[in-house]
Design a protein around this ligand. Structure first.
Ligand code: ABU
Length: 367
């Protein structure tokens, strides 16, 4: 479950580094916002089957290796443009990845694939302090996803950032449980990936200064978590939680620290708030109001809680999500509104679509 350490609060300062982000709420200065251009349906694979909404399996089977419908990509791009304007109006510097041809096949001696997109920087890159880490992702279609970010990574490195990468995985058949099947209510979590090699998506980790919360998922294994733990070293404590979620993939619609002492939880998945948060204000996300007919290719409706904190007060929330807007106001935050429903169709919301490259602030303990 989780580890606890009582080491004293201390502070590390790197004032001039272009990459500097220790938590989810210090004042945001620079952010990468993804691009949806060229979004392509990945080839069929057991790793996808284990995570896709069941009503999308047929779409993915029929459209494997083809572009997502052009009208949906155009609508999502419009949402992203609005989001960029909203962030700039709030004083945040916005950077964008380079779109690449996702239809171009690539592979290793064991397999071939086409790509997915560069829409979700949160999945592929993890910023911890001054270190930007390329994640060893478990989906074959995402093997080269960092390519879109390489110009930015080189620039940040030249500016003084640390640039790391997890061990490049082989993604051989041994990594996958081809016999994977749905579990029944009450059964322990069954992942579609094995412990063959370390894999993780950045979005299975959420930062809270020295403490980082994580989950095992359909893309993140214990081997990957252990790699990250050793890579980060003793300055950080990774706490691994298990939630009531039989298809976990990314923690940021389940458990989201909003500010020191303030935690947002998914009330369906977090049945018991970990002891670690004793004394914190725990806010229950309201049930999502996304209409059933709104296409969500790759996510649950709980992306209503996939928000982006601009500082301890300002939070970017979907414009039509009235319950969430009302809750944030009641809890003392300042919601900043942005249309994002069409982007949501592609699997995430404001947190997924961003990578907070630089926030003011230093390494602190909040627990
Ligand atoms: N990163 C999106 C997570 C969505 C979900 O857990 O439902």
């Amino acid at each position: 479950m989780f580890q606890r350490s009582n080491s004293a609060v201390s502070v590390t300062e790197h004032p001039s580094c272009p990459v500097n982000s220790f938590n989810e709420w210090d004042p945001l200065e620079e952010v990468i916002v993804g691009v949806v251009d060229g979004a392509t349906v990945p080839p069929s694979h057991i790793a996808l089957k284990a995570t896709l909404p069941t009503d999308q399996l047929e779409f993915f089977r029929k459209n494997a290796g083809k572009p997502f419908p052009a009208e949906r990509v155009t609508a999502a791009k419009k949402d992203l443009e609005e989001f960029v304007h909203v962030l700039e109006a709030e004083g945040v510097k916005v950077r964008r990845p380079q779109p690449v041809d996702q239809l171009k096949a690539f592979g290793t001696p064991g397999w071939t694939s086409t790509g997915l997109y560069a829409a979700m920087p949160r999945d592929v890159l993890l910023v911890v302090g001054n270190d930007v880490i390329e994640c060893p992702m478990a989906w074959r279609s995402r093997y080269f996803e960092t390519s879109s970010y390489r110009p930015l990574l080189k620039e940040y490195f030249r500016g003084g950032a640390r640039w790391s990468a997890g061990p490049k995985p082989e993604l051989r058949d041994e990594l996958y449980d081809y016999d994977w099947a749905e579990t029944s209510e009450g059964e322990p979590f069954r992942s579609v990936i094995t412990e063959y090699e370390p894999t993780f998506d950045a979005a299975d980790f959420i930062r809270c200064g020295r403490d980082i919360f994580a989950q095992r998922s359909m893309v993140t294994n214990d081997f990957g978590i252990e790699w990250l733990r050793r890579h980060l070293g003793p300055e950080y404590r990774i706490h691994v939680f298990e939630f009531a979620d039989s298809h976990p993939m990314h923690i940021d619609a389940t458990l989201v620290p909003l500010a020191p002492g303030k935690l947002l939880i998914n009330p369906e998945r977090v049945r018991k708030v970990p002891e670690l948060f004793k004394g914190w204000d725990v806010f229950h996300a309201p049930r999502p109001i996304m209409p059933d007919e709104h296409t969500l290719y790759m996510t649950s409706k709980w992306i209503n809680m996939n928000i982006l904190m601009l500082d301890e007060q300002r939070v970017v929330v979907e414009r039509s999500d009235e319950p969430m807007i009302a809750c944030f106001k009641e809890w003392g935050f300042k919601p900043i509104l942005c249309n994002f429903r069409n982007f949501n169709s592609f699997g995430g919301s404001f947190h997924c679509a961003t990578l907070d490259v630089r926030r003011q602030g230093t390494l602190q303990s909040y627990l």
